[in-house]
Design a protein around this ligand. Structure first.
Ligand code: GLC
Length: 681
């Protein structure tokens, strides 16, 4: 066995020379690794680390979950900020907040001595029953892309690697280790791949996590077409791929190496020394493939500063007031006001005398607990968590009396929703019921009888049916799993310190059978471990629009305590061609008496096309803040890509000559202005 070099000797090697180009350093280190050392670098140890190569001073590269806060391997001893769930962050429609989240969580990753965060999770929400809906962002590819890019940029701004997951079509938990997602090329291109592709081409993602499932019959970890061809050759990915934990179980060593899987986690199975040697000797993979996989991992090791002095790296930070206020801001901006009959909200703290607070989710904590209590691998352990009840007690203090009897209160707040127990919002299995638990429905009906001024606040991470009770409830708020500051966020919204501005990032169907994935067992949860994406590109609102089904609440929907007018839509041209951009401008006016934020949504509609296209597709959006009576002119820019569809026959993106409608709305079903434009060749 070759001797270990001393630190002084190692400093002489080019790969330790910071003045050299990154690729030079990678090349030098790669050239010094023996074949056995390369095999060692291909698999993890102790759940969260790569193996050290002591001879060359290569330290372990450490990665931790998760998408809502960092979770070091200390069973909760080391605390960290518990940010709102990804679906809550998506409901803000605010890429700046996503970037702020990314930066903050990366500071915490650095502070605990790690190099990569196993996030963001950006799988499309194809079915509301997916157990991990709360960990993902949206049903729409454009919103998914914008928020994913911002999150990755935020994380990597701190020289911490983002690990974009789970690549790809991991859209359910049922049979997640073996199911094959059978999906068309057009649906891949228009719905499932765009956000992943954008994190590479717009955010230079340093890592991708391969999915448990098969895609069109081939496991994600050995899927040559997905990894080597699309991700690396077509998109230009320069980072490394890591398997989901034990996702290589049913694969073969040679096919994973050849496909481009750099790192097998959490430990060496297919990539153990014996298997690697045997597969290599049998010609199941080439040294070139192996070298490329290793080079990618080494590259990211240099990017995160694994070989640099700690004092030259961004400093870590954890559990700071700044991070906690970011968590609160995301929760406040992610809250969606679904109903507010007779403007019962906001409550007036000076006039309200007695407030009743009831319901199973009023005082539940979702951070921490065992893996299951927190929803699976996304759990982390905050230093504190303000529950809704605690937040309201702090807000009301001695100004409003908080009681538990609705009939004796002026207003009652009823906290309902789901949790991370089996069959609800939890990794490892999908939801087993679309409605609220029966006892909650009965509680709502009972409470409304005792006090008609009952506000229902939902704490959950995925759509639920409400038809049983919503007509009898004057106000409804969707507050999601809003992280460690959710109680303060809810209290601020209820009493009007914050005007709710969130919009639904996915459709809330009236009933499950209205949802496109639920037309047959084939399409969910699948038959004989194959799930058929028969709906194709018609995911979410695309389907509800095409089939003219009214949802309970549409994609992009959310009320405010004020009102907004859309006026004066203008296009800078009436006709456009391939290399043109189209500038859309409109005025947005706050016609109410309270400042607020509005998310303007721009959809396109291809009036006549040779193949079927959705009635509308989101292509731009912008969140604007307006004081009462303030008017702002907003400009949004479109280009060829925004009007295009993927043409299977030519494997290319196409815009056909003809008329398009440009639609401006406050939700996918509330279009306020529209104008036609002509595309010509
Ligand atoms: C889990 C999850 C993945 C997580 C990993 C490590 O099974 O699928 O999202 O990052 O394993 O915990």
């Amino acid at each position: 066995m070759s001797k270990n070099y001393s630190e002084e000797e190692l400093y002489q090697f080019p790969f330790r020379d910071k003045s050299l180009e990154l690729e030079e350093r990678v090349k030098d280190l790669l050239s010094r690794l023996t074949l056995e050392e390369k095999f060692k670098l291909c698999s993890g140890r102790l759940m969260w680390h790569t193996k050290p190569i002591k001879r060359l001073g290569v330290k372990p590269f450490t990665m931790y979950d998760g998408p809502h806060g960092v979770r070091p391997d200390t069973m909760g001893e080391i605390k960290s900020t518990y940010f709102p769930s990804a679906i809550c962050r998506a409901a803000t429609w605010d890429p700046e907040l996503s970037h702020e989240f990314g930066k903050a969580v990366a500071e915490e990753v650095r502070d605990v001595g790690a190099h990569m965060l196993l996030a963001p999770g950006i799988n499309i929400q194809r079915t509301p029953m997916n157990g991990r809906t709360f960990e993902y962002q949206t049903e729409d590819p454009h919103l998914n892309k914008i928020l994913a890019v911002a999150t990755v940029k935020g994380i990597q701004s701190q020289k911490i690697a983002a690990c974009v997951k789970h690549f790809v079509c991991n859209n359910q938990e049922t049979n997640r280790f073996t199911v094959s997602s059978e999906v068309s090329e057009r649906a891949l291109q228009e719905i499932y791949l765009p956000a992943f592709k954008a994190t590479v081409q717009e955010a230079d993602a340093w890592s991708f996590m391969t999915c448990y499932n098969k895609v069109n019959g081939i496991y994600g970890s050995e899927n040559y077409n997905l990894l080597r061809e699309r991700l690396m050759e077509q998109w230009g990915f320069r980072g490394f791929t890591v398997s989901d934990w034990n996702a290589t179980a049913n694969t073969s060593t040679g096919s994973c190496v050849t496909a481009g899987l750099s790192l097998e986690m959490p430990t060496a199975k297919k990539y153990n020394k014996r298997n690697m040697k045997k597969a290599f000797q049998e010609g199941k993979f080439t040294e070139d493939s192996l070298n490329d996989n290793i080079k990618r991992l080494l590259r990211v090791m240099f990017l995160v500063g694994l070989f640099d002095d700690k004092n030259t790296l961004p400093s870590g930070n954890r559990n700071t007031l700044e991070h906690q206020s970011i968590a609160r801001k995301i929760a406040e901006n992610g809250i969606v006001l679904l109903k507010n009959k007779d403007a019962l909200l906001p409550l007036n703290i000076d006039k309200l005398k007695k407030l009743a607070i009831v319901g199973p989710n009023a005082n539940l904590k979702f951070g921490g607990g065992d893996m299951l209590a927190g929803g699976g691998s996304s759990v982390n352990y905050p230093p504190y968590e303000i529950t809704p009840l605690e937040g309201l007690k702090q807000k009301c203090r001695d100004r409003v009396e908080i009681i538990e009897t609705p009939s004796k209160a002026d207003v009652t707040i009823l906290f309902a929703g789901l949790n991370h127990e089996h069959g609800m919002d939890a990794e490892g299995e999908d939801r087993n019921k679309f409605e609220l638990p029966l006892e909650q429905i009965e509680l709502i009906k009972r409470t409304v009888k005792q006090n008609p001024n009952t506000i229902v606040i939902l704490i959950n991470g995925s759509p639920i049916a409400m038809s049983d009770w919503i007509d009898s409830v004057p106000s409804v708020i969707e507050a999601w799993y809003g992280g460690m500051e959710v109680g303060n966020a809810i209290a601020n919204v209820l009493f009007g310190d914050v005007n709710p501005s969130g919009k639904l990032p996915l459709t809330f169907p009236k009933k499950l059978s209205d949802s496109p994935a639920h037309n047959s067992e084939r399409s969910f949860p699948g038959v004989e471990e194959r799930v058929f994406y028969d709906e194709g590109i018609y995911v979410g609102y695309r389907y509800f629009d095409k089939e003219q089904i009214d949802p309970l609440f549409p994609f992009g929907y959310g009320l405010s305590y004020t009102t907004f007018n859309y006026e004066n839509l203008k296009l800078d041209k009436e006709k456009f061609t391939k290399n043109d951009t189209v500038t859309v401008s409109l005025d947005i006016v706050n016609s109410g008496n309270r400042s607020g934020m509005e998310i303007i949504q721009l959809y396109i509609q291809d009036i006549k096309s040779s193949i079927d296209r959705p009635p509308k597709e989101l292509k731009q959006f912008k969140k604007v803040k307006l004081e009462p009576n303030e008017r702002k002119t907003v400009e949004l820019t479109l280009n060829f890509d925004d009007f295009s569809f993927y043409d299977d026959s030519t494997h290319s993106w196409v815009v056909e000559p003809g008329t398009f409608n440009i639609l401006l709305g406050s939700s996918s079903r509330d279009i306020h202005l529209q104008k036609e434009i002509e595309y010509f060749e």
